[in-house]
Design a protein around this ligand. Structure first.
Ligand SMILES: *Cc1c(COP(=O)(O)O)cnc(C)c1O
Length: 469
């Protein structure tokens, strides 16, 4: 056995490594190469010092190979395209909604050219960035006014800060939820400077519970979509209409954090019935907030719609400046919103809606296509099956709701299923799927047709190598 001292002495010198790699790293910034090399040697030294049994003497070629891999990896973009084979359509960890080609064109244009972002082309004077989409949002939702900020969490914070700072906000105990990614309703209320007044119980809250707590310090009644949490059984919630009637009788506004906020009723596609934003606005709720990248299917954004007088106050809040939306988001958001002038068109042009509503037969066809492509172009060391599965909506409302789907199921012959799952995450375009009953599954609902040829090739390369490992 090689001892520690010997291993440490054998560690190469940085300058020698750099000289040896010179011709193979010419196109990469020298500083990046040096950082990668130093990091690689340093971490090997740490492993030796920690008595890692995997540390062995490496020759020149082995070191070069290791260093080149480290350099290539450091020179790669950290944010990368991945294949979403999870079947979770609105997958927060994978970037939520993907954009259509016209949405991408719009944000590309906004980046490459000067725009009238805050310039009124009619008067030649300063304009408002919010004016670019406000009328469209009002057309679509029936609201009097609208404002867009960085995301829905920002929207909720801004609304509460504007309307309730130093005052009280009444919320049902059944709606004091944590949404994930550390968005907790009680914390957001506290951060806005408002005082939370909890009413009712976890499973049942009645109108009288709200009524009892209303006093001179009350700023508003808040309704929260419980999104990824559901109380079932003996439950009772106050309807929007009743809440509005009570609040308005006391000259108070009702605010609803809707979370997902869909503009189309998706219940005819097997999704649970959820009121649309238009329907919520119609109930008389004064301010509604929702995300741009959940069921709306656009970029990350927080939409605030409601009564003009309140929206104007929100616009004037200095905090609004800190939470403002950027031009790329506005550009792609305008495109996705325009898609909704024709609801049927939206179902096919907005990728998120298309994936949620596509006929299951189409998904099955796509799964068969992937299998055929893999089997006819190579010899994978793997059994392949077509398998029925359940996709999930993801993010916001109805996240756990299942949708019938089809998956390609892989059973590798020579490697463990977990090695396959891990290996696919390391591909140049990582493939993310899930392991179920000793199969690796790729749910084809969230894989696009255009991704199939490349996916087949990279799976095949991986699986052919797998035959020998
Ligand atoms: C998702 C969600 C949020 C947070 O929205 P982001 O756009 O992620 O900031 C807030 N409230 C509810 C009810 C949600 O579903």
């Amino acid at each position: 056995m090689t001892d520690k001292k010997q291993l440490l002495c054998a560690l190469p010198k940085i300058d020698e490594c750099l000289a040896g790699l010179d011709d193979r790293t010419k196109s990469i910034p020298a500083r990046l190469v040096k950082l990668a090399v130093r990091h690689c040697i340093d971490s090997e030294r740490q492993r030796i010092l920690a008595d890692d049994k995997n540390c062995v003497l490496l020759n020149r070629e082995q070191w070069d190979e290791r260093l080149l891999a480290a350099i290539t990896s450091k020179n790669q973009m950290n944010l990368r395209q991945v294949i979403n084979g999870t079947g979770v359509v609105i997958h927060t960890n994978l970037g939520r909604s993907i954009l259509s080609a016209p949405m991408v064109d719009a944000l590309q244009q906004a980046g490459a050219y000067y725009t009238n972002l805050e310039f009124d082309l009619n008067t030649g004077t300063r304009g408002s960035r919010y004016g670019l989409v406000e009328e469209i949002i009002c057309d679509l939702t029936g609201a009097e006014a609208a404002l867009v900020v960085n995301n829905n969490a920002a929207a909720v914070l801004l609304v509460l800060d504007t309307l309730a700072c130093g005052k009280q906000v009444i919320v049902s105990r059944g709606q004091l939820v944590e949404i994930g990614g550390s968005f907790r309703i009680p914390d957001v209320i506290a951060k806005s400077g408002a005082q939370l007044i909890e009413v009712g119980t976890t499973n049942r809250t009645h109108l009288a519970d709200y009524e009892k707590e209303i006093n001179n310090e009350t700023a508003l009644l808040l309704k929260v979509h419980t999104s990824n949490f559901r109380v079932i059984g003996f439950t009772s919630e106050v309807s929007a209409e009743d809440l509005v009637a009570l609040a308005h009788a006391k000259s108070l506004p009702v605010v609803e954090d809707l979370g997902s906020g869909s503009l189309v009723d998706l219940s005819s596609f097997g999704l649970p019935p959820e009121p649309t934003v238009q329907q919520i606005v119609k109930t008389g709720i004064d301010v509604v907030t929702f995300s741009g990248d959940k069921l709306l299917g656009g970029p990350q954004a927080g939409l605030i719609v409601g009564r003009k007088e309140i929206i104007n106050r929100i616009k004037r809040n200095p905090l609004n400046r800190a939470l403002r939306i950027d031009k790329f988001t506005l550009a792609s958001l305008e495109v996705v919103l325009r898609n909704y002038y024709d609801l049927n068109q939206a179902l096919t042009t907005v990728p998120t809606l298309r994936m949620l509503t596509q006929p299951v037969e189409l998904i099955k066809k796509r799964a068969k296509r992937l299998i055929r492509r893999i089997q006819t172009t190579g010899k994978p060391a793997c059994s392949l099956y077509l398998r029925p599965t359940m996709s999930r909506v993801g993010g916001g409302a109805m996240p756990e709701h299942g949708l019938s789907s089809w998956a390609v199921a892989f059973k590798p012959l020579h490697i463990h299923i977990s090695a396959m799952e891990k290996g696919l995450r390391k591909l140049p375009i990582p493939v993310i799927g899930r392991v179920e009953d000793e199969f690796f599954l790729l749910d084809m609902r969230t894989v696009a047709d255009k991704e199939i040829p490349g996916l087949a090739t990279s799976l095949l390369t991986f699986l052919e190598q797998g035959a020998f490992s």
